[in-house]
Design a protein around this ligand. Sequence first.
Ligand SMILES: Nc1ncnc2c1ncn2[C@@H]1O[C@H](COP(=O)(O)OP(=O)(O)OP(=O)(O)O)[C@@H](O)[C@H]1O
Length: 231
Amino acid sequence: MLEAKGLYSYYGKSPILQDVAFSVEQGGFLGIVGRNGVGKTTLLRTIMGLTDRATGQLSFDGESLLAMRTPRRAGAGIAYIPQGREVIPRFTVRENLLMGMFPRKDRSRTIPEHIFELFPILAEFIDRRGGDLSGGQQQQLAIGRALAMDPKILLLDEPTEGIQPNIVQQLEDVMRRLNKEMGLTIVLVEQNTRFVRQTADNFVLLDKGRVALRGRGEELTSDVVDQYLAL
Ligand SMILES: Nc1ncnc2c1ncn2[C@@H]1O[C@H](COP(=O)(O)OP(=O)(O)OP(=O)(O)O)[C@@H](O)[C@H]1O
């Protein structure tokens, strides 16, 4: 279980997250929503230890994370797929996937077959350079690379942003399967409130670095969207 209480996170002296609390059970699906610039990405980066400083409580499977460096957090089973994917363009698909294997405790260097079952295109393009793939294919590669480390929890930052609608559908199906069939815990930052409403168990709505509202996924109604998220 991932749990935060009274969590503050800073860039320089500015507190970006303030008094944030949330939790997600093992096998759960938490959606993080909010307008641009409210701190959604900062929340995921705080879980990974990538902001300048964080205080309060943050724990994963009963272990406190805040004193842990980023590689240890990855080693504990937390995988982060940043906005913009960060696929290494000069590395092939195979090399990008192999990079994801490094945090593994079992030191395996054999890319798990289920990644190719989820994303057949990665098998087809295994020797292509990451930078030559389309945006949607790069997002599949970024998710595949995160799965290669055999994580317990996936943190995803707007995976469908700027991606063709037919691929969006495919990515949504994969996220559902990873969660519902394979039991992977998911924390998803998403502008697409429809997907969060349909799929997430719970959501947290951030506003100016604070939790403005929380509820069950289905409670993220159009009234809530109009009140908190409309421009
Ligand atoms: N590296 C950084 N250094 C200083 N300030 C930052 C840094 N990254 C983000 N911020 C600031 O933190 C605040 C929250 O940004 P964040 O990217 O977490 O928002 P967001 O909700 O993810 O927005 P978006 O939906 O646009 O991605 C913003 O005011 C932003 O300017």
